[in-house]
Write a protein that binds this ligand. Structure first.
Ligand code: AR6
Length: 490
C-alpha cells in the first residue's frame, strides 16, 4: 500500500549507469583468434565503410558448412539415374528466379526451397506460410509478395557476400546436434494463431533491410563467454548493489542502455522459429538480428553465456504469449558506438528448467544459477566498474522455467554484487513482489549483509528443506530470522 512505499526506498532509475553515458572508448576494431570479424577491418577503421571480408571455404565440423562450398551437393534422380549437382548452382537458379519475379507466392517459395533440399521434399510442409497469406488482407498481399522476392535476392546476395566461414566450436557426436535449429522450416510449417504475429514481425524486418533508404549500416557482435573457476560464494564479501525496482515497464523499453537480460533457453532463441512466444522469443522477434546467433552458438553450458552488442529494434508490440501482437515499425534512434554498433547490450543466460519447484532449493542448483548469472553479468576485466552499465532484469527463469522469483531475485542481486553492477528489476506487473523484494533489499542493505552471509542463509534454507522435505516457511521470513540469529557469526 501507499504507506509502505514511503518506508522502503529504492534508488531512482536515473541513478543507474547506462550506455552511451557510461561507455568506454573502444579503440579501433581488430580481429584475433578470439574475435572473428566478417567485415573488412581496414575499410571500417580507415573510411568507416562496411564491406564484407573475403575468406576461405572450410568444410569440417569446426565451421558452419556454407551452401556455396564445392563439397555441398544435392542428389537428384532423373529417369532412375541419380546424379549429384552442386547445391550452389541449384540455389542460384531457383532463388534467382524468385528474385527476378518481383512478386512471389508462398507456393513458389516452397517449390524453390524443395528444389535445393530434395531430401526433404515429402517431409517439409509450408502450411504456416500458406495460411499466413490467407489471413492477410488483400491490400497487404502485394507488399508481402514483393518482400518474398526481395528475401530471395537478399539471400543470394548475402551468401555471395558472406564467402567466409563461420567458426563453431567442437562438434559432438552427430554433427550440429548441439546447435539450435536455424532453419526457418519450423516457422513455415504448422500454422497457429501466434504465427501470424511472428510472420508480421519477421517480414517487417526484411522489408526494412531490403529497402535502400532504411537498410541498416552497422555491426552487431556476438560473444560467447565462458567463466571459470567458480567463485567461492560463501566467502564473498561484496555488499548488495543499488536496486531500482518497479512493477511497471519492460526490460527492453525501460532498461535502455543497460545490460539487458534475455531469459534464454540453452539453445539460444528458444522457440523463436517454432511456436514459443515469451520473453526471449519476443526479444528475438523485435530484434531479428539476434536470430542469426542460432547459426553459430552451440548449446550453452552451465558456465557460458552469450553477449550480443549492437542489435537494432525493428518492431513494436503489445501483449505477451498468446496475446502478443505486432503493432508496427519501430524507428530505432539508439546511437551507434565506434564500431558502428547500436548502444544495446543483451546477455542471454539460461536458468534451470525445473520439473519440480523443490529442486531449486538445493545448494548445487543455487550455485549453478549464481554462477550462470555471474557469468552473464561480469564485465571486462580491463574496464573500471564505474563504467559498467547496470543490469536490467526481472523474473528470470520464473515463467516457462518454473522458478521462484523471490529466490531468483536474490541470486541475481548476489551475482550483480560480485560483478559490481547495479540492478533495475522489472516485476512485470506484480506489485506485491515488487514490495517484497524491495523490503528484503532494504533489510539486507541496512544490516550490511554481505553476499557470503546471504549465501549461508540460503544454504540454511536448503538444509531445512532437505531435512523436512517441505518448505520451512516463506523464504524471506526464513532469511530474516536466520540472519538475526546468526548476527555475531559472520
Ligand atoms: N520485461 C520484464 N519482465 C518480463 C518481460 C519483459 N519484457 N517478459 C516477461 N517478463 P519467461 P523463463 C517476466 O517465461 O522462465 C523461452 O521459451 C514475466 O514475469 O520468458 O526463464 C526461452 O527460450 C515472465 O513470467 O522466462 C526459454 O526456453 C518472466 O519474466 C524459456 O522460455 C519469465 O519469462 C525461459 O523461461
Amino acid at each position: 500500500g501507499g504507506g509502505e512505499k514511503s518506508e522502503f526506498r529504492c534508488c531512482l532509475l536515473e541513478e543507474l549507469n547506462r550506455v552511451p553515458g557510461c561507455a568506454m572508448h573502444l579503440g579501433p576494431l581488430s580481429f584475433s583468434d578470439q574475435h572473428t570479424v566478417l567485415v573488412n577491418v581496414a575499410e571500417l577503421n580507415n573510411v568507416g565503410r562496411i564491406k564484407a571480408q573475403g575468406g576461405q571455404n572450410m568444410w569440417d565440423g569446426h565451421f558452419v558448412k556454407m551452401p556455396y562450398a564445392v563439397e555441398s551437393t544435392v542428389t537428384k534422380t532423373v529417369f532412375l539415374l541419380t546424379e549429384k549437382q552442386q547445391r550452389w548452382e541449384t540455389i542460384r537458379k531457383h532463388l534467382g528466379s524468385l528474385a527476378k519475379s518481383k512478386s512471389v507466392t508462398p507456393l513458389e517459395v516452397e517449390k524453390a526451397i524443395k528444389k535445393y533440399n530434395p531430401k526433404y521434399e515429402g517431409l517439409w510442409t509450408f502450411d504456416g506460410l500458406h495460411h499466413f497469406f490467407k489471413v492477410l488482407h488483400d491490400s497487404e498481399k502485394p507488399t508481402y509478395s514483393r518482400t518474398l522476392s526481395r528475401i530471395a535476392e537478399l539471400a543470394l546476395g548475402c551468401l555471395i557476400a558472406a564467402k567466409r566461414t563461420f567458426r563453431c566450436s567442437d562438434v559432438g557426436r552427430a554433427e550440429y546436434c548441439n546447435y539450435p535449429t536455424i532453419n526457418f522450416q519450423s516457422l513455415f510449417a504448422k500454422w497457429s494463431d501466434r504465427k501470424e504475429q511472428k510472420f508480421r514481425a519477421i517480414f517487417h524486418y526484411f522489408q526494412v533491410v531490403t529497402e535502400e533508404s532504411t537498410v541498416p549500416r552497422g555491426l552487431v557482435t556476438f560473444s560467447r563467454c565462458h567463466m571459470s573457476p567458480f567463485t567461492d560464494w560463501r566467502s564473498c564479501t561484496a555488499l548488495l548493489p543499488k536496486l531500482y525496482i518497479t512493477s511497471e515497464g519492460l526490460i527492453e523499453k525501460d532498461g535502455q542502455g543497460m545490460l539487458q537480460v534475455d531469459f534464454a533457453c540453452n539453445m539460444v532463441g528458444g522457440g523463436v522459429l517454432g511456436n514459443g512466444l515469451v520473453q526471449e522469443e519476443i526479444l528475438f522477434l523485435i530484434n531479428p538480428e539476434l536470430i542469426v546467433a542460432r547459426l553459430f552458438t552451440e548449446k550453452l553450458g552451465d558456465n557460458d553465456c552469450l553477449k550480443i552488442t549492437g542489435s537494432q529494434q525493428y518492431s513494436k508490440y503489445t501483449g505477451y504469449s498468446d496475446k502478443f501482437q505486432w503493432t508496427g515499425p519501430h524507428e530505432d534512434k539508439t546511437p551507434r558506438d565506434e564500431w558502428q554498433r547500436r548502444h544495446r547490450q543483451i546477455v542471454a543466460i539460461d536458468a534451470l528448467h525445473l520439473k519440480y519447484p523443490k529442486e531449486q532449493y538445493n545448494v548445487r542448483n543455487v550455485c549453478r544459477e549464481l554462477n550462470k548469472a555471474y557469468c552473464g553479468f561480469k564485465g571486462e576485466d580491463d574496464t573500471h566498474p564505474d563504467y559498467y552499465p547496470a543490469i536490467a532484469t526481472g523474473n528470470w527463469g520464473c515463467g516457462a522455467f518454473g522458478g521462484d522469483p523471490k529466490l531468483k531475485a536474490l541470486i541475481q542481486l548476489m551475482a550483480a554484487a560480485e560483478a559490481r553492477r547495479d540492478v533495475a528489476y522489472f516485476t512485470f506487473g506484480d506489485k506485491h513482489l515488487q514490495m517484497e523484494i524491495l523490503r528484503m533489499h532494504n533489510f539486507l542493505k541496512t544490516n550490511g549483509i554481505t553476499v557470503g552471509r546471504l549465501y549461508k542463509s540460503l544454504e540454511g534454507f536448503c538444509e531445512e528443506i532437505r531435512i523436512h522435505e517441505k518448505q520451512p516457511s516463506d523464504l524471506y521470513s526464513f532469511i530474516r530470522s536466520y540472519l538475526e540469529k546468526h548476527k555475531s557469526k559472520n
